[in-house]
Design a binder for this molecule. Structure first.
Ligand code: OAD
Length: 237
């Protein structure tokens, strides 16, 4: 089976009702990013940050995967698919994707404030545990914090993602403004010989680095429908 890597961003979940970050009405308009998504913001006001992510977690219970997530899961019938997502929601998994790398962490997990990437203290929350409070402690005695990669923090999963990207036979970029590194830099690891597709309803400025990118200017669901048609014409023969 050919190997396909999908790099997804907030636009992937937009049709499910999850806000994107940038642009009018984006989350970073409503909440100052430096207050809720940096280690400094967390140090200054942990309660505010914990509540911000409690709210995002509550939202998970109200949203469903959309057609775009479902079609990405369906790609597994024809391809060996690895989803590399910048999203912290669990909609790819809920749609049935079996291999998902979360570059920026996961809403459904919490971790130690002292050592966020220490696997011993990463805890998967059941929905009854979604509401984290100040005083909920990890086994190392630190406050449980959201298992989210904040601005200024390392992105430990990038190495694993690079390995899959380097091996890919097809690369798909969907619903990301390609503004945030190192995620956006993954394109640099894509072989120049393979097809690259980009699905986004808006223009995305990518440093294409010599790659010819096939742009599908549509929302995730419609764009995925078009891509499935294109791939079945090209790949199944
Ligand atoms: P952005 O909000 O920067 O970009 C969302 C992209 O989705 C834009 O290019 C939109 O045009 C596109 N879009 C909007 N609606 C869409 C739809 N229905 N279907 C498909 N695409 C649609 O989000 P990201 O690129 O994911 O990081 O942002 C990257 C990172 O920056 C996030 O993971 C987050 C953020 O700050 C952290 O929190 C660490």
């Amino acid at each position: 089976m050919k190997k396909m890597v999908v790099l997804s961003g907030a636009g992937m979940s937009a049709e499910s009702g999850v806000s994107t970050f940038r642009g009018a009405g984006g989350l970073w308009d409503k909440y100052p990013v430096e207050e809720v998504a940096t280690p400094q913001g967390y140090a200054a006001n942990p309660g505010l940050v914990i509540n911000f992510y409690n709210e995002r977690r509550r939202q998970l219970l109200d949203v469903e995967p959309n057609k775009g997530h479902e079609l990405i899961a369906e790609l597994e019938k024809e391809f060996n698919v690895t989803v590399v997502t910048q999203n912290i929601d669990n909609l790819h998994e809920r749609a049935g994707s079996s291999k998902v790398i979360h570059l920026h962490g996961e809403l459904t997990k919490v971790c130690s404030s002292y050592a966020p990437n220490d696997p011993r203290y990463i805890k998967k929350l059941s929905p009854e545990e979604y509401e984290i409070k100040i005083g909920d402690l990890a086994p190392d005695g630190s406050q449980y914090r959201p298992y989210i990669v904040w601005f200024g923090e390392a992105v430990p999963k990038i190495e694993e993602a690079i390995q899959y990207v380097e091996q890919a036979d097809i690369f798909l970029i969907i619903g990301t403004s390609m503004n945030v590194y190192p995620a956006a830099g993954l394109l640099n690891y894509v072989s120049s010989r393979i097809p690259v597709y980009l699905i986004d309803p808006n223009e995305v400025n990518v440093n294409s680095n010599g790659h010819k990118i096939h742009v599908i200017r549509k929302v995730a669901s419609e764009g995925m429908e078009e891509l499935m048609k294109l791939l079945s014409e090209k790949e199944k023969v």
